[in-house]
Design a protein around this ligand. Structure first.
Ligand code: NDP
Length: 295
């Protein structure tokens, strides 16, 4: 068996087209374009690239976008001031503060300062609580993107055993919470693993759906995957590749070459979860804009 590809790139383009059509009809009837702002602190190349992708996707979907870039030596007070201004700025529907922030900044405090109505990354504790309780609110973009991908490919989740490797607040924890909900996609029996898990392979081998968010290239090898499993690789790792002009390439956490032949479905990296994350951010921003228009 060769795993079928869960094509996040194409699915994300489809979603972005659908969003662009909605924006066209909103503006045609006199409504305003959704407007996303991104706060980018410092010079981290990966963060710059992620923000660049998000802004490009905004343009394609017909959104307005604004980047607020500041040097890495910005103070906590100055950053909180930017957040306060964005909270009050009626022209901005939603905004994100790109993580990670430089070490001297307290990201928890910054995320907690974001107004819940504009929290399109879904990282505010109230957004997290709403997600956990099943109340309306913004879902974090990466787990939401994974759910959309599973849904669009009609992957059966009901009753399946999902094994999540990773317990970060932005991926592992929320996807575990969402997949065990009484929902579709959802209704999984969830096992969550992390760096202290003993005999990780014993767990991953029992996964009908294996979701990996670790941040280590080729971490999941073919002996850790059950025949016919669905594998979602969230990892984005930059590794050396002298055959590339840039000298490097992106790879996931899964040894794709050897794992793909065993699974029923698998996400590639790049072109899997990454683009879905961006599409979900646009969906959240459109939602924020529609709620603003109503209030
Ligand atoms: P974190 O570093 O916050 O979390 C990594 C998790 O992996 C931790 O829970 C850690 O356990 C666990 N882990 C580390 N080593 C092991 C091990 N040997 N065995 C089992 N578990 C282990 O990362 P993120 O969740 O933020 O990101 C994970 C990956 O996903 C990264 O490559 C990141 O770049 C990528 N990413 C991709 C996105 C996308 O859009 N595609 C979005 C966000 C992230 P412990 O808690 O015990 O330390």
């Amino acid at each position: 068996m060769m795993g079928n590809i869960l094509d996040g790139k194409q699915t994300s383009l489809d979603l972005q087209d659908e969003i662009a059509r909605k924006v066209k009809s909103i503006t045609a009837s006199g409504g305003k374009k959704p407007h996303l702002a991104a706060v980018l602190i410092g010079n981290d190349a990966a963060s710059k690239a992620y923000v660049g992708h998000k802004i490009k996707a905004c343009a394609k979907a017909g959104f307005e976008s604004t980047i607020i870039s500041r040097d890495s030596n910005i103070s906590q007070t100055e950053l909180l001031q930017i957040v306060a201004e964005l909270n009050c700025d009626e022209s901005i529907d939603g905004f994100i503060v790109q993580l990670p922030l430089p070490d001297h900044l307290n990201s928890d405090e910054v995320l907690q300062a974001v107004s819940i109505e504009k929290d399109v990354d879904g990282f505010h504790p109230e957004s997290v609580g709403r997600m956990a309780l099943g109340l309306p609110g913004f879902l974090p973009a990466t787990p939401a993107g994974i759910l959309t991908l599973l849904k669009r490919y009609r992957i059966k989740t009901n009753g399946m055993h999902a094994v999540i490797v990773g317990r970060s607040d932005i991926v592992g924890n929320p996807i575990a919470a969402l997949l065990r909900k009484n929902a579709d996609p959802g209704n999984c029996t969830v096992t969550q693993c992390h760096s202290r898990t003993i005999n990780l392979r014993d767990h991953t081998l029992r996964a009908d759906i294996l979701i990996v968010a670790v941040g280590k290239p080729n971490f999941i090898t073919s002996d850790m995957v059950k025949e016919g499993a669905v594998v979602i690789d969230v990892g984005i790792n930059r590794i050396d590749d002298p055959s590339r002009k840039s000298g490097a390439r992106l790879t996931g956490d899964v040894d794709f070459e050897h794992v793909a032949p065993k699974c029923s479905w698998i996400t590639p990296v790049p072109g899997g979860v990454g683009p879905m994350t961006i599409a979900s951010l646009l969906e959240n921003t459109l939602q924020a804009s529609l709620s603003n228009a109503k209030s």
